[in-house]
Design a protein around this ligand. Structure first.
Ligand SMILES: [Zn+2]
Length: 254
């Protein structure tokens, strides 16, 4: 049930009986040379198409921009930054609150949005509301834990996990010839590890810096995109979709 396709009397009727609303939030940002800029928006949108017929929870329109300060210098990236995204998400939730929403379920496609969502969650809690974050790419680590070869794949950006999801959505969106190694740039003797950390004596220390100072390519992590497959992407997105349907039913009882 998509809000943009409902009339206002239908919305009024919905909020007379229900207080849950699902709000999809993405990002438009670099995901490596091989992946579309809309990766973090296209994946939540695909999850919505897998669940919308099977749930009666209202779905708000997709928000395709997020907070992506680290990746902002890469061409095509559109960054709202923390303050603007906080304002936008606050206004969206406040509007829905006035109409009757109290449980705000954010289907989130991008890690950089999380600190902003945490802040909005505490604001809503003060008003008797609740914000739930469905960070799909973290949820699937437990929902679909196994992968052929048990390659470490948790926490990557533009790696095999997200590339597989995009292959499942549309194989034509992945530019195979651009899949390549993306060595991370160390800071002097300090070895780079992940999107902002360095390693010293086995301990990871965050030194936040722009992503193009860490990788020229724009994908990061352990899970090399060459291990991606359409089949795995289907498993990930179908698995997380089934879980979300069950979770929404449980949340109704809260
Ligand atoms: Zn992403």
């Amino acid at each position: 049930m998509r809000l943009e396709k409902m009339t206002w009397p239908q919305a009024k009727q919905y909020f007379e009986k229900n207080n849950i609303v699902l709000i999809p939030l993405g990002s438009t940002e670099c995901h490596g040379r091989h992946m579309p800029l809309g990766t973090d928006t296209l994946i939540p949108e695909k999850i919505l198409t897998l669940i919308e017929e099977k749930t009666d929870v209202m779905i708000a329109p997709m928000m395709p921009y997020g907070c992506t300060d680290y990746l902002a210098p890469f061409p095509g990236t559109i960054n709202l930054g923390h303050d603007v995204l906080y304002q936008v998400m606050t206004k969206i939730c406040e509007s829905l609150y006035v109409h009757g929403a109290r449980k705000f379920v954010i289907l989130n496609g991008h890690g950089g949005n999380i600190p902003v969502l945490d802040r909005v969650a505490l604001d809503l809690q003060k008003k008797g509301g609740m914000l739930v974050q469905l960070n799909w790419w973290q949820m699937v680590w437990n929902i679909v834990p196994d992968y052929e070869g048990n390659m470490p794949w948790h926490g990557g950006h533009g790696g095999a996990e997200e590339t597989s999801a995009i292959l499942y959505i549309d194989e034509a969106l992945v530019d195979y010839k651009e899949i390549q190694d993306a060595p991370m740039k160390d800071i002097g003797p300090l070895q780079a590890a992940g999107m902002k950390n360095v390693v010293f004596k086995g301990v990871e220390i965050p030194i936040p810096r722009f992503s193009h100072d860490i990788s020229d390519n724009g994908w990061f992590g352990n899970d090399h995109p060459r291990f991606s497959s359409r089949k795995w992407g289907e498993e990930l997105l179908k698995g997380v979709s089934e879980y979300i349907l069950d979770f929404l039913e449980e949340l109704k009882k809260v």
